[in-house]
Design a protein around this ligand. Structure first.
Ligand SMILES: NC(=O)c1ccc[n+]([C@@H]2O[C@H](COP(=O)([O-])OP(=O)(O)OC[C@H]3O[C@@H](n4cnc5c(N)ncnc54)[C@H](OP(=O)(O)O)[C@@H]3O)[C@@H](O)[C@H]2O)c1
Length: 154
């Protein structure tokens, strides 16, 4: 039986390449994101796309339920959905700060909470969370964005 890899943020960047890499390694890959971009290469590699907004609990439930009912297992979960948001603390709108935590932190927690019961049942599974050195190292007054998903100041 082919192993199942689930990759969030599969429409772009790290998640996109990760989805392709798992497919090349022989995994069945389910990728999630809000919009499917660059679809051709994913489709050619056999990656199955399912819509996912990690900030929407119902969407996460629907995503995991789709995987459970279609494949019945999850061998690897890669949480790659996320974006960078930079600025001086006094300038970053609070809504933006909350939004980033919703995507980069609570979105991951929601996925993990819904996928770990599947992994427990099968007694195996691996979860990989994509973080950033920017979460650990300080960069003085970096303004703007390193990610096209950052919406503030655009
Ligand atoms: N690129 C780097 O050099 C680098 C280095 C270290 C860490 N990171 C971190 O790795 C993560 C991904 O970076 P990246 O460069 O791959 O960014 P990216 O190219 O902008 O891709 C971000 C992915 O996340 C998805 N996404 C964003 N919001 C989402 C949501 N609410 N629900 C579901 N999917 C969502 C996007 O798809 P949709 O917009 O279609 O939803 C897209 O597929 C970020 O957290 C970043 O900080 C990146």
């Amino acid at each position: 039986m082919k192993k199942i890899a689930v990759v969030t943020g599969a429409s772009s960047g790290i998640g996109y390449q990760t989805a392709l890499d798992f497919a090349a390694q022989g995994y069945t890959v389910v990728g999630g994101a809000r919009h499917l971009k660059n679809a051709d290469e994913l489709v050619k590699a056999g990656v199955v796309f399912h819509p996912l907004d990690v900030t929407d609990h119902d969407s996460v439930q629907d995503f995991v339920q789709f995987i459970k009912s279609t494949y019945g297992r999850v061998d690897v979960l890669v949480n790659a959905a996320g974006y960078g948001s930079f600025g001086a603390l006094e300038e970053v709108p609070l809504d933006e700060a909350r939004r980033q935590l919703d995507v980069n932190l609570f979105g991951i927690v929601d996925l993990i909470q819904q996928v770990t019961p599947i992994m427990r049942t099968q007694h195996s599974g691996r979860i990989i969370n994509i973080s950033s050195l920017a979460g650990q190292s300080y960069s003085a007054l970096a303004v703007g964005t390193t990610s096209k998903n950052t919406r503030w100041k655009q």
